[in-house]
Structure formats: structure tokens, C-alpha cells
Design a binder for this molecule. Structure first.
Ligand SMILES: [Cu+2]
Length: 344
């Protein structure tokens, strides 16, 4: 009798309880908040998506400047042509086990850092391969028709060419300006636009930091904060710099929902150029406060080697990912190179 019961129970287990591998393949289809259709087994560490994922390297992004394809007009004006492609169906693992539907310019969040010199003619070919209308709205000076607000570009291959003169000197954001704007920004449609002065800034180890937040549960509050999208990235992968080397950080605050963000540097102070529009710094400080799209240029150098934190002094933000480390080391030979302004 006991053996018969054992056989019956054993059979029931085999028939009614799928194996682990069965459970892995039992994916279901869901529609996310943003409208993307994804498949998942429901296991948070076992995502099975039908959409492509995003590979993003914050260390590569940090010092990656896109100068465009360069040509010259007969009057000597430098022309820089860029192609920017928007998509809105990609999934990115923004933190271990947390997968988020990112909307991207050229496949990443933030999009590429677009860089030009004051007075250059910019031709930015925008292709919208997303499913929704998108645009590129640049902060700066340009004609109304190039503002990326009243000229929505349709999805599935819609195109528009933004053409304007680079200016003013400084660091500016660009972002999609289609309503609901908050949704289009928080999903990742933004990037940095740097306009260099004609007389150039002194050589430096230059980097870009976009301060951003991620609302991964769609409750209009950020769950994660970061410098360059991945929470805690530069804490676990410190940014290596040299003593006495001039460091120049182009910082842009793209955090939505929270009215302010800030940037604190340890063991040092920095010269700060709000919006980067002036070549004379306005402040010498270790703390700046930034509202939405507020930005500027920080310059500093370290005399002593070692590890130094930089982070939001709004501690909630730093504890949710907006924290990093500069690893400063002595170097016999200066590693500062002449800045390549894309003219070689
Ligand atoms: Cu958009």
C-alpha cells in the first residue's frame, strides 16, 4: 500500500510539476508601460526578450566625443554632418536583474556627445526608427524651424535634417521634445552638445558626465540615480586620472521628477563655468546645485594620489547609485594630449 502511494505521488510530481528547464522556456508576452512587447518567464534573472538589448560602457562613453564628418564650404566654414537614429524598443539591464525599456539616440543612453566649434555649420540627419514620433531639440541658438518642437518626426523611418550654426560656446543638452515630454526624456532620449570656443580651452583630460535617474517602476519617482546611466558604475570602476593633470568635466543634469541634483567633489575644489558660456570661471567650489538641464564645466587637478569620491550630496541620490571614484596616481610623463578638435 505504501509503495503504491509512493508511486502515485511520484507520478503526480512528474506530471504536474514542470522541470526547471521547462519553467525557463515558459515565457509569456507582456506589454510594458511604454508599449514595447516583451517576453519573459517571469523570473527576474531569466529575461527572455524578443527585443534587442543594449550594451553600454560608461567608461567608453566618458571620453567619447563625436565630431561628425567634416568638410568645408568655399568660404572656409567648417561643416560637420552627423546621423542620429532614434529607437524606442530596446531593453537594457540597468542594474543587476533590472531590465528597463530604454529609448535611444544611436543605441545608447545618453546618446552620442556631439561636438563642434563655435561658428561651424551643423547638419544633423535625424532618422526616427522608433514606433512613436520623436525629435531632436538642441539647447542653444538656432532658427525656430530647427528647434525640434513643432516638427515631430514620424516613426518607422521618418527623417528630418537639423541645420544650424554651432553656438553659443558652452555645454548644452539635446533631447527629444515630443509630448508627453517627461516620458520621452526619462526613457533616455537625450545627450550632450559641446560647442568649443574658436580660441580653444587649455589641454586637459576631458570627460562628460550626464546625471540621470531611472524610474523603473513607472511611479514618477526615480528608483536609481547615476552619472552616465549605470548606478554605482564609477565606484566599482574608478576613473583613472593623473596628479597635476588638468581635468575638465562637462556635466549636464537630466534628472526628471526631482527638482534638484548636485555634484560634490572630495579632497579638492573645482573652477566652475555655468553653461560653459564664459572662459572665466564663476565659482571655485566643491558643490554645485543643478536643476533640470542645468549644466556647466568643472576644472580641477589633484596634487595628491589616492582615491577620491565624487557624488550627489543629496545623499538619497548617492545611495541609489549617483556616486563614483577618481583614482589619482602619480605619473612621470604627463598623459595630457593636445585636444583633437576633429580637424585632423
Ligand atoms: Cu521622443
Amino acid at each position: 500500500m505504501i509503495s503504491l502511494l509512493t508511486i502515485v505521488i511520484g507520478f503526480s510530481v512528474i506530471v504536474f510539476f514542470p522541470t526547471f528547464s521547462d519553467a525557463q522556456s515558459a515565457s509569456k508576452t507582456f506589454v510594458t508601460h511604454s508599449g514595447a512587447v516583451v517576453q519573459t518567464s517571469g523570473e527576474i534573472l531569466d529575461p527572455l526578450y524578443t527585443v534587442s538589448t543594449v550594451d553600454f560602457d560608461p567608461m567608453e562613453y566618458l571620453r567619447d566625443f563625436n565630431y561628425g564628418d567634416i568638410s568645408q564650404l568655399s568660404d572656409g566654414t567648417t561643416v560637420r554632418e552627423f546621423t542620429i537614429i532614434a529607437e524606442d524598443d530596446k531593453i537594457m539591464e540597468v542594474s543587476p536583474g533590472v531590465f528597463y525599456n530604454v529609448w535611444t539616440f544611436n543605441g545608447t543612453v545618453p546618446g552620442p556627445t556631439i561636438r563642434a566649434t563655435e561658428g561651424d555649420l551643423l547638419k544633423i540627419k535625424f532618422i526616427n526608427n522608433g514606433s512613436k514620433e520623436h525629435t531632436m531639440h538642441f539647447h542653444g541658438i538656432h532658427p525656430a524651424g530647427m528647434d525640434g518642437v513643432f516638427e515631430p518626426v514620424g516613426g518607422n523611418g521618418g527623417q528630418f535634417v537639423y541645420e544650424f550654426e554651432a553656438g553659443p560656446v558652452g555645454v548644452h543638452p539635446y533631447h527629444c521634445h515630443v509630448m508627453p515630454l517627461e516620458e520621452h526624456i526619462v526613457h533616455g532620449l537625450y545627450g550632450v552638445f559641446i560647442v568649443d570656443p574658436k580660441e580653444k580651452r587649455p589641454p586637459a583630460d576631458e570627460m562628460v558626465m550626464v546625471l540621470n535617474g531611472l524610474d523603473t517602476d513607472f511611479d514618477t519617482e526615480n528608483n536609481f540615480y547615476a552619472a552616465n546611466t549605470i548606478p554605482f558604475y564609477y565606484q566599482h570602476h574608478p576613473i583613472q586620472i593623473d596628479t597635476d593633470e588638468l581635468i575638465r568635466v562637462y556635466v549636464v543634469n537630466m534628472v526628471e521628477f526631482d527638482p534638484i541634483n548636485n555634484f560634490h567633489l572630495h579632497g579638492n575644489l573645482y573652477k566652475y563655468y555655468p553653461t560653459g558660456t564664459d572662459l572665466v570661471p564663476s565659482f571655485y567650489t566643491d558643490m554645485i546645485t543643478l536643476s533640470q538641464t542645468e549644466r556647466g564645466i568643472m576644472e580641477f587637478q589633484y596634487d595628491f594620489p589616492g582615491k577620491y569620491l565624487f557624488h550627489a550630496h543629496k545623499v538619497e541620490f548617492s545611495e541609489k547609485g549617483w556616486v563614483g571614484i577618481f583614482l589619482v596616481s602619480d605619473s612621470i610623463e604627463k598623459s595630457v594630449q593636445e585636444i583633437d578638435y576633429g580637424t585632423k
